[in-house]
Design a protein around this ligand. Sequence first.
Ligand SMILES: [Ca+2]
Length: 504
Amino acid sequence: MLFQPAMLLGGLLLVLAAVTAAQRRGQAAGGRRQTHRVQHGQCSYTFVLPEPDPCPMEPEAFGGSNSLQRDLPASGLHLGEWRAQRVRQLEKMLENNTQWLQKLEQSIQMNLRSEMAQAQQHVGQNQTAAMLELGTSLVNQTTAQTRKLTAMEAQVLNQTSRMEIQMLETSLSTNKLEKQLLLQGHLLHRLQGRNSALETRLQALETQQQAQMASLQDQRERLRGLLSHQSSALASLQHGLRAANSNSSFLQHQQRQLVEFMQRLMHIMTQNQDQSHRPASLRTPERVFQDCAEIQHSGINVSGVYTIHVANMTEPLKVFCDMEAEGGGWTLIQRRQDGSVNFQQNWKGYKEGFGDPAGEHWLGNEVVHQLTQRTAYSLRIELRDWEGHETSAQYEHFQLGSEEQMYSLSLRGNKDSATQKNSLAPQGTKFSTRDTDNDNCVCKCAQMMSGGWWFDACGLSNLNGIYYPARHHMRKLNGIRWHYFRGPSYSLRATRMMLRPVDD
Ligand SMILES: [Ca+2]
């Protein structure tokens, strides 16, 4: 924009040159005023310039091609005056030109000012528009950047908040851990304290124990001495005891022999008495009885213990004979009345018999087998409970198998006085003891129910069970049972089993 006034000034100088040339032409035209128009862009400038006086004609003397010669004054004038006049003219022209130039300059300055103002305004408007465009684009860019920045700021804020939350969580967990560490430290401190206390106690106990050990060793030594003394005393005592035992067994043997001798003596005396009362022709020789029925037949009607000689048995046998019940002549094979005899016997015990015929006893399976195989026997069973009730059961035919047949039961003709039902055992039931299991159960009835009996599985009776005293006899499955008298778990007070030949 600044180059425009310079161009304008250049144009003006050209105009001035043109004006000077025109003045020269004007001078040639002679003393008139001329208008001059200068076009510059859209603007046109009109200048009114005074026409200079026409120059006097050049003297012919000075004619020729040289202009300086044409400026020379006429031959009528002095050269000095002409020069002075020419200088004055020139000065005047110069003065006029100067004034004209000043006016031109003023007008140009005026125009320039307005143009400059317009140009400045235009430039300012353009600049403002450009600046506005720039500003709008900058504002747009700025808003876009601002959006990006806000988005980024939001992201950064989010990240920061997350980081803060994580930091908070971390700090919380750190606080917790610190607390726990503190607690553990306290605990450790306490434990250390306790540990040290325990160590001191332990040391004290160790010293105490050492002292006790020393005293114990002393005592042990003393005890050893005492023990050796006592063992020698014990040996002497055992020796004395053995001697006393042998004396006692010897005395018992002598007592037994004495009792047997007395019984024999009594028997002989009664026989002698009978024979002494009878005439000599009626006297019978000494008889051997097979059972109590035979004794009864011999005229003895007093119940008691008698000696019998069972066939196939080498030794004579003592039995209890009941001469009262149902006509008498019963040979007892079992009695329970006070629990004085242990009925927890094995197979051999039940085979050979045990107990005392005058009290509780089991006559023995082998004797019963030998008796019942010789002739037909009937069996009578008598029962008494703790309330004073009595009952009996009778079997018309009773026989016991051999040991090979496990002393199996053979029964016929049940005469149970109360129910007519058989509580004893089914036909053919074998005898079982705790060491010989012949029952019909996968279990061992003799071990469960105790004693030895004809257990089926395990059956409705067991008169060889455990003897329970009064007030302890209820709910006893291993007691003395007879189902169809007092039920399956009532232990009876007294029982008797006895045999008598069927013929009687
Ligand atoms: Ca069994």
